[in-house]
Design a protein around this ligand. Structure first.
Ligand SMILES: [Zn+2]
Length: 376
């Protein structure tokens, strides 16, 4: 299996990179990106950005990746372009309001493909729709038709070898149908979508779906979209044997000044930076103002490094499915209790729904913005 997967230039952990909406991603130390071999960015982030840097890159005829390389981003790193319509789709699925997502505009496939074309990315995610466990058969079948058509449309712009096609659905019939269709279209890189709504709907069903799709695509690269809790990193990658997962949760954790120790989080005031040898902790000290941008960036680097380690090496304390299941149950119990003072595994369920803008807002609210000009 390992030999087959070596064809793909993807890393186990694929953090979401916000170089269009957050200038800190275009500066040192983040621009050098030694943390993972792959990063993901979204067309949504590019499309709504009115950042000048982006304008200049487009005007100069460079691709987005070329523009980043000019700033110091390593050329050999893999860039994955995702639609970012997750938030938009969540709204359509009636989930956005519950999760506090404010969707400002819609994005057509043409707009997504335009961004894809100018991105110069290495892999492109085909636009999909979230299939919910509560959808009627008719609704599921309509959504599946749209997902198939989206892929056919994308193939006009991008070769099959560079496309990541998303498997949706919760039944063998729907999953098999999409998988077979993708295979006929020459797709060899797959992802599982709709995981976050499913995680909230039924953890047992989620586990069944993950295992089933893993078995079905056993000789192909399989990615999972969305990491509702950090403890699931170990579960996805080392128990289910999924090849990769993307997340923006690490950015959110850092904005909340949470410090990752393996898959557990603790408030930064309890962290012992000296125990960690990562690039971030070398610059962190208990004396530092935890509201400063410097602190935020170094904390983010620590959280990235810690998660990247976990992605490569299983956490010996959560080696089995049973352990992970217990963890999930523990989280479930914790979430039911109001305000547990010290949660061993902090549920960060809303984190994956956050956009970069929301993280910036949160930082500002919590004080990081005090050190930076408001309009930056
Ligand atoms: Zn560290």
């Amino acid at each position: 299996m390992g030999v087959i997967r070596e064809r793909y230039k993807l890393s186990r952990l694929i953090p979401k990179n916000h170089f269009c909406s957050m200038p800190i991603f275009r500066e040192e130390p983040l621009i050098s990106w030694p943390f993972t071999d792959t990063v993901l960015f979204t067309a949504y982030d590019v499309y709504r950005s009115n950042d000048f840097w982006l304008d200049n890159v487009i005007k100069s005829g460079q691709t987005l990746k070329e523009g980043l390389v000019e700033l110091g981003f390593p050329k050999e790193k893999t860039l994955v372009a995702d639609t970012g319509v997750f938030e938009l789709e969540a709204k359509k699925a009636g989930l956005a309001r519950d999760l506090g997502i404010d969707v400002d505009f819609e994005m057509s496939n043409e707009q997504i493909f335009e961004v894809y074309e100018l991105s110069g990315a290495d892999y492109y995610v085909a636009p999909d729709l979230i299939v919910l466990a509560t959808d009627s058969t008719e609704v599921v079948s309509k959504k599946v038709d749209t997902i198939k058509q989206n892929l056919v449309d994308l193939l006009n712009y991008i070769p099959a070898s560079k496309i990541i096609a998303v498997i949706q659905g919760h039944t063998k019939v729907v999953i098999d149908d999409l998988y077979d269709f993708y295979m006929q279209q020459g797709i060899s890189c797959f992802a599982i979508g709709g995981v976050i709504p499913l995680y909230h709907h039924s953890k047992d069903l989620l586990e069944k779906v993950l295992k089933y799709v893993r078995e079905l695509a056993k000789s192909q690269w399989l990615h999972v979209f969305g990491l509702p809790i950090i403890a699931l990193l170990n579960y996805y990658l080392h128990d289910i044997n999924i090849d990769s997962v993307d997340t923006s949760a690490l950015l959110y954790l850092s904005a909340r000044r949470q410090y990752l120790v393996s898959s557990r989080t603790q408030p930064v005031r309890e962290a012992i930076f000296k125990r960690c040898e990562c690039l971030g902790c070398r610059n962190l000290s208990p004396e530092m103002a935890s509201y400063s941008q410097e602190f935020f960036i170094n904390l983010y680097i620590h959280n990235l490094s810690e998660a990247a380690k976990l992605a490569i090496r299983p956490n010996p304390n959560v080696g089995t499915i049973i352990d992970s299941r217990m963890k999930v149950d523990k989280i479930k119990q914790h979430s039911k209790k109001e305000k547990t003072p010290r949660q061993e595994y902090e549920p960060i369920e809303k984190t994956t729904w956050l956009t970069a803008e929301e993280v910036i807002k949160m930082q500002r609210k919590e004080g990081v913005g005090k050190t930076t000009p408001e309009n930056e």
